[in-house]
Design a protein around this ligand. Sequence first.
Ligand code: KG4
Ligand code: ZN
Length: 350
Amino acid sequence: MIKNGLILGIESSCDETAAAVVEGGRKVLSNVIYSQIDLHTVYGGVVPEIASRKHIEKINQVIAKALADAGVSLPDLGGIAVTYGPGLVGALLVGVAEAKAIAFAADLPLVGVHHIEGHISANYLEHPELEPPFLCLVASGGHSHLVAVKDYGTYEIIGRTRDDAAGEAFDKVARAIGLGYPGGPKIDAAAKLGNPDAIEFPRAKIADNAYDFSFSGLKSAVLNYLNGCRMKGEAFCKEDVAASFQKAVVEVLTEHSMMAAQSLGMSKFAIAGGVASNSALRASLEQACRDRGIAFYRPSPVYCTDNAAMIAAAGYYEFALGYRSGFDLNAVPGLRIGEKSGVYPEKAAI
Ligand code: KG4
Ligand code: ZN
């Protein structure tokens, strides 16, 4: 077992440089996030080269602050957990190289963590009573998945997006209506001032898997609506478009999630990922779960978007299951949920 249960988590898969110290997979001792959002806003999205360079500049300071805030030094730690995929390869490499260097220098066990498994594990940080099995809706900038968490470290994908991720749709629609990047929080705020029933946008149904999602048709419908307004020389109400679009996304995510939870007989339902911080989605799923007698779990918004506490939590359970990584751990930009690459049963690690 890992000494003290104290894990240093490191996350650098996209545009947040983050480090955290978590005890026993559940208790956050520190959570430091350097967000690069301002740097990428002028380009309307994340620029991979800029992200990698900024991670290199910031990662040492972020880790030093995470250790200082937690009041621990490297010899106190039981191990290091680092995101090794999926994500931007250059960005991932910064965290992976850093984690390997610290593990080597301080002679600490190392384990690579899947970013989405990290998002799911964010639910353990504030809900000490939550244990698998449960169903989790993961909705972020790059992923929209319904995942059955059968046990610690055992995941089964029940549904997924066929095209755009939910967060991607938020970001693209926000850009089209002139709200800027990142779109999710801006649509969330604008929608509070708009009428969700002003415009009837489509809700996509997938014929061969009722739990899958599709958001590209909805995104096109919003773009067509905006073009129609422009061609007729009519002004559109940003707040109404934001509220109507958000309602369509929230309805589909809620409906599919509840269908899956009920047919799998799940009594616990959790949400994760950046879109899980959306206020309308949280309210809708909370109500839907209450109506069905399903226990509802959601991380605070700071643990929904990218952070390293969730990576430390997932890493703790990987260590507990006997997984380790060696110095051959590499970034895997297309890593699939449940896949292991450079993460081995303890005795086999290099
Ligand atoms: O999980 P995350 O921080 O990074 C990825 O792993 O992708 O998710 C970022 C995504 C972005 O698309 C952002 O627009 C969306 O989460 N997001 C939101 C909200 N806050 C962030 N979407 C809807 N409503 C929000 N309040
Ligand atoms: Zn993420």
